[in-house]
Design a protein around this ligand. Structure first.
Ligand SMILES: [Zn+2]
Ligand SMILES: [Zn+2]
Length: 340
């Protein structure tokens, strides 16, 4: 099969032929129809994150927002050829540790990660354990579903963890792949949404997604803009810019919650005095569980959310990463292998 291979950190991606995967017991091989390009793919390719660098398989097929149809199903998989399915970041978890048995499998220490520790979906086929392969409901296309498997899932679970409720106010910092989905998920839940970014086209996208208020962060007026609403109950930072975190804290109402999702390279710092005075909470969230994914796919299939996607052939994977590096993507690029 054709696959996009990362041979080493910082090396250009190479499209070449590798052997087709074969499904063993409890596994499926999926004919990839779409695979989203995530910021994590860029950081992985560049070797930016030491934490992941240590566990990355090389050479590697990147891609962890994979959707397609089952090509072949191994014994005891419970799937049949033709089933519409997808594979998330969380490729496999042990099912037995303290985290797996308490609904927190994202923290499993034994986890395998799609497109990091095992080959991912920048390819014509991908192999996955049936236990962590999700069925995709009718009513959502495979291209539209792909970005939900990381970008959508990440913000869905982050908002769930924040405890935000209908009628409350959410501030979304950074309206990229994650942010524009956060706006839609929150609106579908009856939350009032303010979206903040430094690019006018991203603010326009936020308005299309239903944001009640958009704020250009370049004006330095974020706090003032949120004041008539009494400040945000929850601020979620989807941007990788450190400045977004500093701004987000100032936009919270007292007792509010800052949700850490975007990852700047440098540490974020906050004043303990500010935290104590406002009794703020800071929580962090990573991807989501299989249960979160099912809920999100159902929400999307019901028409609640739709990712802004543009498709590109596998051969343009490297170009897509380059555009991402330059902040030149609005929404999500989805690679669509042309399988005969
Ligand atoms: Zn991702
Ligand atoms: Zn576990």
């Amino acid at each position: 099969m054709q696959a996009v291979i990362l041979d080493g950190f910082g090396a250009p991606l190479a499209l070449r032929e590798i052997p087709d995967p074969v499904a063993g017991p409890g596994e499926v091989v999926i004919r990839v129809k779409a695979c989203g390009v995530c910021h994590s793919d860029l950081h992985l390719a560049d070797g930016d994150w030491d934490l992941l660098k240590r566990i990355t398989k090389l050479p590697l097929v990147l891609g962890h927002e994979v959707t397609g149809v089952v090509e072949s199903a191994g014994p005891d998989s419970g799937f049949a050829p033709g089933d519409r399915v997808g594979v998330p970041w969380l490729h496999w978890t042990c099912g037995m540790c303290e985290y797996c048995t308490t609904g927190r499998e994202t923290l499993c220490g034994e986890q395998k990660i799609t497109g990091v520790t095992v080959d991912g979906g920048f390819a014509e086929f991908v192999k996955a354990p049936a236990s962590h392969t999700a069925r995709i409901p009718d009513g959502i296309s495979l291209e539209d579903a792909a970005p939900l498997f990381c970008a959508g899932l990440t913000v869905y679970k982050a908002l769930k963890s924040s405890g935000i409720e209908s009628g409350q106010t959410l501030a979304v910092f950074g309206v990229g792949g994650l942010g524009h989905l956060a706006v839609q998920i929150a609106k579908a839940r009856g939350v009032r949404v303010a979206a903040l970014d430094i690019a006018e086209d991203k603010l326009a996208l936020a308005r299309e997604c239903g944001a009640d208020l958009t704020v250009d962060l370049r004006t330095g007026q974020a706090r003032k803009a949120l004041r008539p609403l009494g400040g945000a109950h929850v601020a979620i930072v989807c941007s990788g810019a450190k400045a977004a975190y500093e701004s987000a804290l100032t936009c919270l109402r007292k007792g509010g919650t800052l949700v850490v999702v975007g990852m700047p390279a440098e540490p974020i710092s906050v004043s303990a005095v500010t935290l104590v005075a406002g009794e703020y909470r800071i929580i962090a969230s990573a991807v989501g569980t299989r249960e979160d994914l099912r809920e999100l796919l159902d929400l999307a299939a019901a028409g609640g959310i739709r990712c802004r996607v543009e498709t590109a052939p596998l051969s343009e994977a490297g170009a897509a990463l380059e555009r991402m590096r330059n902040g030149a993507i609005t929404g999500r690029v989805v690679l669509t292998p042309l399988v005969s």
